[in-house]
Design a protein around this ligand. Structure first.
Ligand code: ARG
Length: 494
């Protein structure tokens, strides 16, 4: 690279290396460099079709760009003496085809609309990958749920034994949350998939550009409607990070449960060795490190979101260089979420659940007391509050058997349950965790009949999300393939 290729406009050329490094986004621009070449191609095709650039310049430039697309942008373009890859790539292009041609590509645009377009394109791909990965995880959870509709386990509130449920019910709770995550990610995708190109610095341009054409060539739904908004907003990035942060909050909860469930106290699950670590001093140790790292990644993603929000708040219209500082947080957050989803799927797919331990715990802590109170209501006509008081008093007395219940009923309500026909067998049946679960067959409940129905319904919803993401992926791939084809045609001599 020639030193004089770093163009400074009206400014003198006296920036120190330290300041250049401080200002440069080059390190992060590796993430968008490939997209930038596609953006150049679409812009150039449009300039050519609109007669804004002449044929010879367009051909020479497109040949060079196709070379960049095929072999990568030459390394000189990544020199940190350039503020960013946009400036570096332009300098290299000019070096290759001469200023008379190369100096024409940046007509009718600015780096402001260029970078916003690149970020949206890269984010589109990331969001598609995230939804695909989330769908795979949902599929696994539904498979596991299908295997465990009859696996009785204790359910908890406040991490205290509360009522019996099933492992299927527990896993379906996470699948439901991940389904909403798909909705949020696809919503973010829709709003990211609008094209800022042609907004130029912020005020659009006097050249007769065709923004519909560049938007379509790059696979966007439409051009953005306001050129000032187009270059200045990063709300699409905030939304994507927010969707990731919400999703990771859920992932983190599941990981926390795997940490607790794999302890010697609980032993509901054994995680595969491949997803565990040992200790450098305690040879017996098997630690759930992947779950712990995922739990921490939720913090990383939340941090990326907070950084991005804080960077954008209070920025006056329109483009401000502050926005450059946001972009690495976007990639960091999205990547942490993406990695975590894949690892979580592997961790769950290889985990061994222990139905015997779950069954042993499912009746502990008087966890079927609610069902017993319900039986007193349904079969003996008591108000629920009275039944709740009787059963609660019996628990306090230390047992849920006929004798204790009878004493509690006399004390709390002055009535005899035995006199009304309550038997020891009826009490024992009501206290059976499987009975309690089977009774809970309303929509969303843990009864095997209901979870079986829910699994089928969730599979249909999952298939819908899989189709939605496949259609978006296909639309982008088709547009980009068409763009490359058109770019190639431009370089063919008639
Ligand atoms: N590198 C910048 C960014 O990432 C884009 C260039 C806009 N620079 C400017 N001085 N207007 O946001």
């Amino acid at each position: 690279m020639q030193r004089d290729l770093v163009r400074r406009g009206r400014l003198s050329d006296d920036r120190t290396g330290e300041v250049m490094h401080f200002l440069s986004s080059m390190a992060a621009d590796h993430e968008i460099a490939d997209m930038d070449v596609l953006v150049d191609m679409a812009h150039l095709l449009m300039l050519s079709r609109q007669g804004i650039i002449d044929r010879a310049a367009a051909e020479a430039l497109m040949r060079a760009l196709l070379g960049f697309h095929r072999d990568g942008i030459p390394a000189e373009a990544y020199d940190e003496r350039f503020e960013d890859i946009h400036a570096g790539k332009e300098a290299v292009l000019i070096g290759q085809v001469g200023e008379a041609f190369g100096g024409r590509l940046h007509m009718a645009r600015s780096r402001n609309d260029e970078v916003a377009t690149c970020i949206r394109m890269r984010l589109r791909d990331d969001l598609i990958a995230l939804v695909e990965e989330t769908c795979r995880l949902r599929g696994l959870l539904l498979d596991l749920a299908g295997e465990h509709t009859e696996t009785i386990m204790p359910g908890f509130t406040h991490l205290q034994h509360a009522q019996p449920t099933t492992l299927a019910h527990h896993l379906l709770a996470y699948e439901a949350a991940l389904g909403r995550d798909c909705g949020r990610l696809l919503g973010a995708y829709g709003r990211a998939n609008e094209c800022p190109l042609g907004a130029a610095a912020f005020a659009s341009t006097g050249f007769a550009i065709d923004r519909e054409m560049t938007a379509a060539l790059l696979g966007f739904e439409r051009p953005m409607g306001n050129s000032m908004d187009a270059v200045s907003t990063r709300d699409f990035a905030l939304e994507a990070l927010s969707a990731c942060a919400v999703q990771m909050a859920t992932v983190s909860r599941l990981c926390e449960e795997m940490v607790v469930w794999s302890t010697a106290f609980v032993r509901f699950v054994t995680l595969a060795d491949g997803y565990s670590s040992t200790s450098s001093i305690m040879p017996q140790k098997k630690n759930p490190d992947t779950a712990e790292i995922m739990r921490a990644k939720a913090g990383t993603v939340a941090g990326s979101l907070v950084a991005a929000l804080t960077i954008t708040k209070g920025l006056p219209m329109s483009y401000n260089r502050d926005l450059q500082e946001l972009t690495p947080h976007l990639w960091r957050g999205v990547e942490a979420a993406h990695q975590s989803l894949g690892v979580l799927r592997g961790m769950l797919a290889t985990a061994t659940f222990h139905p015997d331990r779950m069954a042993a715990e499912s009746g502990c802590g008087f966890s079927t007391a609610t069902e017993l109170a319900d039986v007193l209501v349904r079969e003996y006509g008591l108000p629920f509050r009275t039944a709740h008081s009787i059963v609660g008093r019996a628990v306090k007395m230390g047992a849920l058997d006929l004798t204790t219940l009878e004493a509690a009923a006399q004390e709390v309500a002055g009535l005899s349950l035995c006199g009304q026909g309550l038997t020891a067998e009826r009490v024992a049946a009501a206290l059976d965790p499987a009975f309690s679960v089977a009774e809970r067959k309303a929509i969303g409940g843990p009864a095997p009949s209901e979870t079986t129905r829910a699994i089928a319904e969730r599979r249909r919803l999952l298939a819908g999300d899989e189709e939605a993401v496949a259609a978006r992926k296909e639309a982008v791939a088709t547009a980009i393939a068409g763009l490359i084809l058109e770019a190639g045609r431009l370089t063919e001599h008639e």
